[in-house]
Design a protein around this ligand. Structure first.
Ligand code: F6R
Length: 609
């Protein structure tokens, strides 16, 4: 969602801020802006659309000077995509200037109060209201004014504030939206994620909820909004520059699809003890007893992460023999869920910041569940609020369409399942066999990736079609959902995923001459049944594309196009069957001329409800 970068130091802020904004572009946004303090005055430049539009405008205006400044990419929540609604927002009366990620829920009441005091608003945003509230409460101490204002607001925020009256100070705060401070040599870079910091320094600290930091060139001071001092821990950023650069690929999504074998090898490293037939997971081992006693596992997530969680549900019930359910976090959090004794809740999230997933986790924890995280971003909110967890270790995911994180989530959920299964029912030999197969997944993905040009050709055949179906059963029903989601989110083609058997209960009415239907029909318990479903589509004129197991020649009799994946135990198959679907979605978007890494209306990390 929105991105924040701010700077205080001895360099010209503009160059650094623009570079930071470009690194944050992947998060999704629809306008951008920048402000610096130049000769004691706040100057703001904003533009609708891409960061490059802002860059052009800055150039036309002769640029912004100053060694202290802030910049923002906005993803509209309150108010349309217009320049007046873009950040930074300034309170002319006090000279306060602010950028903000999140939503101030009680902004309407505050706006009424401020309007009564004579404030005039130039935007529809909650952020401008916060700027004016801070200005209203300013009595010569910016840090105190920010603390006082934040005591009045409800909602989520990561903010950076500066003020003409204190032109050597940045004040930042967070609740619910991530914010970190990079600590350089006589300079500080504040950002909503590490990618905007890592080219300048690898030392950084995360702000905790309700914390405020006042930064000057000579140091920083951290406190709560109630002015209680806190001591943040400066840590090494676990992010390498090459991980957030394209390195020869055309798009981050493409790079991340091709990176999956390496990402999985990293995920498995040190976690599979084949000799002992045991999975080693340091992040959950402290809770082994509670986990073995688990009577129910609730997996909660949104979007692609939910599809991984659904595969987790199948894995945990099938192999660890614990009742499991996967549920949208946005539904779980509001439906007054019953959490019985010995319930384990697993929050699955790439970013670790998804607002609904975080809220569902808190709800389950409050009701006594043991909370596990399956998260990619180290130190993220979900990672910090869970009792225990397992990181994906797949490296930063920049492409808005999640690919390597999905495969990483399924891989980690498989490891967690084997960890549980081995300690409950599974023999050491069986567990060792599954781990061997798991470790063979990266090499098998490499073989699928070699078919890239064939997958592109198949996609091209159907590129004009506006409606697609994705169908699978069992472990590959969630894969079908994921294939449909991938296609629609970057190519804007309408696609529906569903269990193949469900088609007869209504969706079959959609099938007309030439409609592409992608079936996942790898060898498995329901193979024959999927073949019957394929026949039903064919006999109504649909074009059948099948993801099948290598060596299955029969399938060619019922399919127009076949994309083969290597054979593997059924529970591990989604990590293979999803790869052709990711590539199809990628090629469809490229063939249609879309900006794959910046799909319309989408944000990488959804930090609002
Ligand atoms: C789709 C996609 C989203 C995310 C969802 C949850 O490609 O990326 O559906 O999976 O927004 O995000 P995380 O995993 O960060 O919680």
């Amino acid at each position: 969602m929105c991105g924040i970068v701010a700077y205080i130091g001895n360099k010209q802020a503009q160059t650094l801020l623009l570079e930071g904004l470009k690194r944050l572009e992947y998060r999704g946004y629809d306008s951008a802006g920048m402000a610096t303090i130049e000769d004691g005055h706040v100057r703001v430049v904003r533009a609708v659309g891409r960061v490059s539009n802002l860059e052009d405008k800055l150039e036309d205006l002769g640029g912004l000077r100053g060694n202290l400044g802030m910049a923002h990419t906005r993803w509209a929540t309150h108010g349309g995509v217009t320049e007046p609604n873009a950040h930074p927002h300034r309170d002319d009366k006090s000279g306060v200037c602010i950028i903000h990620n999140g939503i101030i829920e009680n902004y309407a009441a505050i706006k009424t109060y401020l309007a009564e005091k004579g404030h005039k608003f130039t935007s529809d945003t909650d952020t401008e209201v916060l700027a004016m509230l801070i200005g209203e409460l300013y009595e010569g101490d910016l840090e105190a004014a920010v603390q006082a204002a934040l005591r009045e607001v409800t909602g989520a925020y990561a903010i950076v504030v500066m003020c003409e009256k204190e032109p050597e100070t940045l004040v930042c705060a967070r609740k619910g939206s991530p914010l970190m401070v990079g600590v350089g040599n006589g300079e500080y870079i504040v950002a909503s994620d590490g990618s905007a910091i890592v080219s300048h320094t690898t030392q950084a600290f995360h702000l905790d909820d309700y914390n405020v930091v006042k930064i000057t060139r000579s140091g920083f001071h951290t406190s709560t909004i109630h002015n209680v001092p806190v001591n943040p821990k400066v840590v090494q950023l676990e992010l390498e520059l090459q991980e957030i650069e394209l390195g020869g690929f055309s798009h981050f999504m493409q790079k991340e699809i091709f990176e999956q074998p390496k990402a999985l090898r990293n995920c498995f490293r040190g976690r599979c003890d084949i000799d002992e037939g045991r999975v080693v997971l340091g992040g959950v081992s402290g809770f082994t007893k509670e986990l073995i006693k688990a009577r129910r596992v609730v997996l909660t997530a949104q979007g692609t992460a939910l599809h991984a969680a659904m595969i987790g549900e199948y894995l945990i019930e099938d192999l660890a023999k614990i009742p499991a359910v996967a549920e949208y976090a946005s539904e779980f959090r509001y439906r007054n869920p019953i959490i019985e004794d010995n319930t384990v809740v697993v929050a699955v999230s790439q970013s670790g910041e998804t607002a609904d997933t975080l809220a569902a986790l808190r709800e389950a924890k409050d009701r006594g569940a043991l909370a596990l995280g399956v998260v990619n971003v180290v130190g993220s909110s979900i990672a910090r609020e869970t009792d225990a967890g397992v990181y994906l270790r797949v490296g930063p995911e920049i492409g808005v369409a999640s690919t390597k994180a999905f495969v990483g989530q399924v891989a980690v959920l498989t490891l967690v399942t084997l960890f549980l299964a081995r300690r409950r029912y599974m023999s050491g030999d069986m567990c060792a066999q599954m781990m061997k197969s798991l470790q063979g997944v990266p090499e098998k993905i490499e073989r699928i990736l070699e078919q890239d040009s064939k997958i592109r050709q198949v996609t091209e055949k159907y590129i004009e079609r506006e409606n697609w179906l994705f169908l699978g059963r069992g472990y590959n029903y969630p894969t079908a959902l994921e294939g449909a989601l991938k296609l629609k989110e970057i190519s804007y083609i309408h696609a529906e995923g569903m269990p193949a058997a469900e088609m007869k209960h209504g969706p079959i009415a959609l099938i007309n001459e030439g409609m592409p239907a992608v079936f996942i029909a790898n060898r498995g318990r329901q193979y024959e049944k999927v073949i019957s479903n394929i026949q039903e589509v064919r006999s109504r004129g649909g074009h059948v594309i099948v993801v099948a197991t290598e060596g299955d020649e029969n399938i060619k009799r019922v399919a127009e196009d076949v994309l083969y994946v290597p054979d593997i135990e059924e529970p591990l198959s989604p990590m293979l069957t999803v790869i052709p679907l990711q590539l199809m979605a990628y090629h469809a978007a490229v063939l249609r001329g879309h900006d794959v890494d910046k799909p319309r209306n989408l944000a990488k990390s959804v930090t609002v409800e």
